[in-house]
Structure formats: C-alpha cells, structure tokens
Design a protein around this ligand. Structure first.
Ligand SMILES: [Zn+2]
Length: 203
C-alpha cells in the first residue's frame, strides 16, 4: 500500500501537472477513444505502455489470457462483453484489437492444467479456448506449444468477437476494424496478425 501511495504522490507532483489540461478537457467533453484493446491481466503487458497512449486514447479491457467469450446475452455476469458493448456501441471505437502475449500464465494453465488453487474460475474460463489448445498440442516442444497457443487464443477471441451481431454488422459496414497482435515480454517486440494467419512485425 505504501508503494501505491508513494506512486500516487509522484503522479500528483509530476504526472498531474503535465496531464492536467488534457484530463480536465476529457472530464468536460467526455472520452472518445479511437481504439479498444482486449489484453491480459498480466502486470507486464500494459497496453497503455506498449502503445505509448495518453489518457483518453485507449479503452482497455483486461482479463485472464485476453479471451473474448462468445456472444451470450443471458443472465450471467459478462464483464468482457459489457466492456465491448460500451466500447463498440456507446463510444463507437473504430478499431478493436486483441492483444496476446508471451509467457502467458492463462495459456500455460490451458495447456498444462490450471494451478491447484485456480480451479474455481481460471480453469472454466480458459476452457473457452479449447480449440487453440488442440491446435497447439501438435507442436513439438513446450515452448512452441506455448507460443502457438498464445497466437491461437488471439484468433479464438477474434472469431468470438464476430459472434456479437453489433460487431459483425459494424465490421461488414466498415465502421469497425478488428486486429490481432502479440507482445513478446522478453524483447518488447510487438507482432501483428496477418491475413495468412501468421504474426509479423508491423510495417
Ligand atoms: Zn497472460
């Protein structure tokens, strides 16, 4: 807690004066971010840091392994779907990215089984990506399986995004573009999903 409060004091001393005008304008006029990112909760994969984004620029939703569940307007508490509805319909973001990453613990749980103490929610959540697991298991080494599964999870999320009728219609009309990307923590390099299904550095 002391560390959090010390960080807040630094923000008030340095960050707030620098951001004051921008934040006051955002408070007055509201936000209109041009992109939304679905990222992992992993503390090393902060979309705001990776894309060097200022307040108001990036709407983010983070969950275990950047997974998007299929469209299911039922009585369950769909946190990620609620964030998508807000970003896509209410704010009308023109770009929506699923950002996967290396060394993902959620993906490791999917491949090797969830840790003993994470069976209540993590295991059923990660079962959303069983198809990614099935593809990755064909790879030879544990490292290859892990990275392949991280890539495939991004594709599963993109496919599930298209099950939301208000996302599919906006994609069809050109109002919304979907993107996939993967961030390598150890090198800080971002690769982007190509039309052929591979991930490559942005041009
Ligand atoms: Zn992760």
């Amino acid at each position: 807690m002391n560390r959090l409060l010390a960080g807040y004091q630094r923000f008030r001393a340095h960050g707030w004066p620098a951001q004051r005008k921008a934040l006051e304008a955002l408070a007055k006029h509201g936000q209109s971010p041009k992109a939304m990112v679905v990222a992992c909760v992993d503390s090393r994969v902060d979309p705001t840091m990776i894309f060097d984004a200022a307040p108001g620029e990036l709407l983010t939703v983070r969950n275990v392994a950047n997974l998007v569940p299929p469209y299911a307007p039922d009585a369950a508490y769909h946190g990620t779907s609620a964030a998508l509805e807000f970003g896509v319909i209410t704010l009308g973001v023109p770009h929506l990215m699923v950002l996967g990453h290396g060394l993902c613990g959620g993906v490791r749980a999917l491949l090797e089984g969830a840790p003993e103490d994470a069976h209540e929610f993590v295991a059923p959540w990660m079962s959303l990506a069983q198809t990614a697991r099935a593809i990755a298991l064909h790879r030879e080494t544990p490292e290859e399986r892990q990275q392949c599964c991280e890539h495939e999870v991004v594709k599963v999320s993109l496919e599930n995004l298209m099950t939301f009728p208000w996302i599919a219609s906006r994609v069809a009309s050109g109002k919304l573009q979907l993107h996939g990307a993967w961030f390598a923590i150890h090198s800080g390099v971002l690769t982007v999903l190509q039309t052929d299904g591979t991930f490559a550095p942005p041009e």
